[in-house]
Design a binder for this molecule. Structure first.
Ligand SMILES: [Fe+2]
Ligand SMILES: [Fe+2]
Length: 186
């Protein structure tokens, strides 16, 4: 796959800010793949396209759901922002015929999932720590991700869950399941 062509296509699908975020995730995912012995090219590509469905209009998302191309759950029905992960996996398969590994990494990048493999964990955390991200503790988290992916993900999950609790927002069960699985493993 010609990554430059993919970039050109993405530019037509994403705002400049989100396109730059995607480039950041691409770079970070590649670096982490090198550290953790995963396929660097796949990580780069997946990082680049992970948000491919982020700006698909609501009406179009509803068409994908209505035609049965993607299935969403109760929480996603209310929090439509989550759907771009599943839809992104679908579009990545349809457009670029990506492997199941890549589809899963895209599908899990927002809520997380207890069955995430190392590759999916890399995409998940790269999305949160890429160079354009600015929030408290992000530098600490960047260092942590290079040493221990699970600890970095746990840190992010705690942060995200606390934020959602403060907002009285729903928490997706996949997020809670992942946190439990990581705690039990540790
Ligand atoms: Fe995303
Ligand atoms: Fe993202």
């Amino acid at each position: 796959m010609d990554i430059e062509k993919v970039k050109e296509k993405l530019k037509t699908m994403l705002s400049e800010k989100r396109y730059n975020h995607s480039l950041g995730v691409m770079k970070c995912a590649k670096e982490l793949a090198r550290i953790y012995g995963e396929n660097e090219e796949d990580a780069e590509f997946t990082g680049l396209i992970h948000d491919i469905a982020k700006e698909v209009p609501k009406e179009q998302i509803e068409e994908y759901i209505g035609s049965g191309k993607i299935k969403i759950d109760e929480i996603e029905k209310i929090n439509m922002g989550l759907v771009h992960a599943k839809l992104g996996a679908y579009i990545a398969k349809a457009e670029f015929n990506v492997s199941e590994k890549i589809q899963n990494a895209i599908a899990y990048h927002t809520t997380g999932h207890k069955d995430m493999d190392t590759f999916a964990k890399i995409i998940y955390i790269a999305d949160k720590i890429e160079e354009n991200r600015t929030y408290e503790h992000v530098d600490e988290l960047r260092e942590m991700a290079k040493k221990d992916l699970d600890s970095a993900i746990l840190f992010t999950l705690d942060f995200t869950i606390q934020k959602n609790i403060a907002k009285k927002a729903l928490i997706h069960p996949d997020t809670v399941d992942l946190r439990n699985a990581l705690l039990m493993k540790a």
